[in-house]
Design a binder for this molecule. Sequence first.
Ligand SMILES: [Mn+2]
Length: 325
Amino acid sequence: MDADLTRQIIDRLASAQAPVLLTHLRPDGDAYGSLLGLGHALKHQGAKPKLFVEGGMIDMYRFLPGSELVQDLPNAMPETDCLIALDTSTRERLGQKTLSWTRPVDLVIDHHISNPGYGVINLIVAEIPSTTGVLFKLLESAGWKISPSTATCLFTGLTTDTGSFRYRGTNAETLHIAAKMVELGADPSEIAKQCYLSITHERHALKRLVSNTLSIKDGKKSAFLTIFPEFYTESGAKSEDTEGIIEEVSSIQGVEVGSLFEFNSDGGLRVSLRSKGKVDVNAIASAFGGGGHKAAAGIRFTKDAEKNRDLVLAAISQAIASLKS
Ligand SMILES: [Mn+2]
């Protein structure tokens, strides 16, 4: 991490009295982990942080220390002397309600390679596989207190964003960071139990419905799943229950690109893409206005769902065809 930039960010954080922390819509473990991890650290420093995300807290991450502090986005811009965006690759992904807020985003802290840097100061570290990992390095450089609660939140972001330290991008430094978090009080098996061994029955029912839509293409090198709106009423699951479902396809032997197409009841389409490494899915997603990382990316379409699904599938086929077998 760039030393000058790191210093600038730390100074800006240290001077904030009433920082407002935001993260992306459809939040995941790294989103909540970043929000709460930095929230705890700022509190220890004597600041009065406020934590917001569209929809507030979801059940799955309620085990995180301080989860009751996470609030749904307010309609009006909250008063603040430092607006901070965490783990959010575009300004829009902070949520519709924030788009009318007049204050620029003061700090952007992220690890998405596609992040254009929409803040006044931007710390985007693509070499670290979670935003909580970036925050850990930042807190370490600052010499700030990292309590067991902070460590638990930060470890949760790191384990979920790396698929339990399995995805490409997990390297020795990732594991060093994880080890330090454990030394500081994060409990890996307890966090794993909460994140991976506590699937609700509704979520499991949704998974079964989605599994039945499996389609394999491109000489068995790509595969996709589909979610239809009625799957939610049939299973009782919520939109957050789709997290991780894409692994049903991306984990199949020989499949280079796995994708998930979620048809929304408003006519929109949400696409998730995963690669085992040979295909750059960030490049595919970027061509349609989406983004993410080389191995995991996403796209959102507001209309023409079927047509856009076909276009994305064609782009995947083309990328697979251009691979040297
Ligand atoms: Mn992340």
